[in-house]
Design a protein around this ligand. Sequence first.
Ligand SMILES: NC(=O)c1ccc[n+]([C@@H]2O[C@H](COP(=O)([O-])OP(=O)(O)OC[C@H]3O[C@@H](n4cnc5c(N)ncnc54)[C@H](O)[C@@H]3O)[C@@H](O)[C@H]2O)c1
Length: 440
Amino acid sequence: MMSSASSSAKPTIATSSAHAVPSYLNADSLGPWGIYLQQIDRVTPYLGSLARWVETLKRPKRALIVDVPIELDNGTIAHYEGYRVQHNTSRGPGKGGVRFHQDVTLSEVMALSAWMSVKNAAVNVPYGGAKGGIRVDPRTLSRAELERLTRRYTSEINIIIGPNKDIPAPDVNTNEQVMAWMMDTYSMNSGSTSTGVVTGKPISLGGSLGRREATGRGVFVVGSEAARNLGLDIAGARVAVQGFGNVGSVAAKLFHEAGAKVVAVQDHRTSLYEPAGFDVPALIEHVANNGTIEGFRAETVSSAQFWEVDCDILIPAALEGQITAENAPRIKARMVIEGANGPTTPEADDILRERNILVAPDVIANAGGVTVSYFEWVQDFSSFFWTEEEINQRLVRIMQEAFRSIWQVAQENKVTLRTAAFIVACSRILQAREVRGLYP
Ligand SMILES: NC(=O)c1ccc[n+]([C@@H]2O[C@H](COP(=O)([O-])OP(=O)(O)OC[C@H]3O[C@@H](n4cnc5c(N)ncnc54)[C@H](O)[C@@H]3O)[C@@H](O)[C@H]2O)c1
């Protein structure tokens, strides 16, 4: 007898105790991937006839799980879980970062890969979405161990990446050096130097000027546009930033330079409050020397107090799931600019909307990084490199245009900016899916 799952048009989700591991189509208890599925359900009513194709977005095209064994400096053999997920490649090759973090899961990498599909379509760069990660705390590894880990991981995912197939980039705890090792390993395996296989490389190796600052710069551009629409002056605005790494520190620096006051910062070690506004360049130098904001001269506050701080602009720039139903009712900001991927849960999103707090969603607010990654990839292919000024001008133009069109869609449909960004992006992905057709 055929099961109901195979006979009905809409797949039924197996929930019986016989299936200890639920289907990935079951949004409950699936972590970040479940949140993404809920976001797709929210946008589906706005997709018109393209909704026929929406199941495409609920299934990653390809997910690779790899074992990454390395010999540690002390002679023992350690194994790490590695992932590379290509969520959708309808609009072009997969594109998305690689994360090294002790909490990496398949659900997280799937969600991050899907958000990359949406992001790349939202800013209209010609990529699908992908993401990778290794479940490891890189702070526990020596530099030599980190290099061995990166090279073995790259070798294992070598079968699905490539300049025309899937192009990794940095994410949490990965940087230019990690990208250089990835590029070198891929090149060694393929027999010729292939700069276009990863972006976020060192400048000396085909990297792009402006790439390191691009995500934070995009956060600033989107924040400035959103502030203008709300009639909020950036000069004098109070800003709180969670996460003071690549994204958070650059965004903080640009807001600081524009006359805003960065009044609160949080990282994995502590939360600091400075009502008069931090000396942001000094704080950046402190983090460069110490690896954390901890120890910088300012008032230390609890994590709960950080979320309640009196500010105009709140920038989550650390990890996903940070703004929740628990802390959203106490947020005082007028707007949230999502530097991190997936920092706001759907319940928190609803609470912020009810409280009239504007949320500039990740898929647009942090798209500056992938936009300059796109510039890097184009420059690598042509072996012709642009000036930093040209790069920043093009970045600002793309980000402003994308934000303005999404703002307009939000106004027309009376929906949040997140739903509007998903309407624009999912329509683009599904139009590509439709005109390409199914094979065979
Ligand atoms: N780097 C990029 O170009 C880029 C592009 C798009 C999106 N993002 C997203 O931005 C976020 C930050 O990425 P990044 O590249 O700046 O990473 P990073 O590793 O440079 O910095 C991460 C920061 O978050 C802090 N942090 C970690 N765990 C925390 C916790 N539990 N509570 C508070 N702070 C915590 C760390 O201390 C650090 O300051 C991630 O969600 C990433 O996916 C990054």
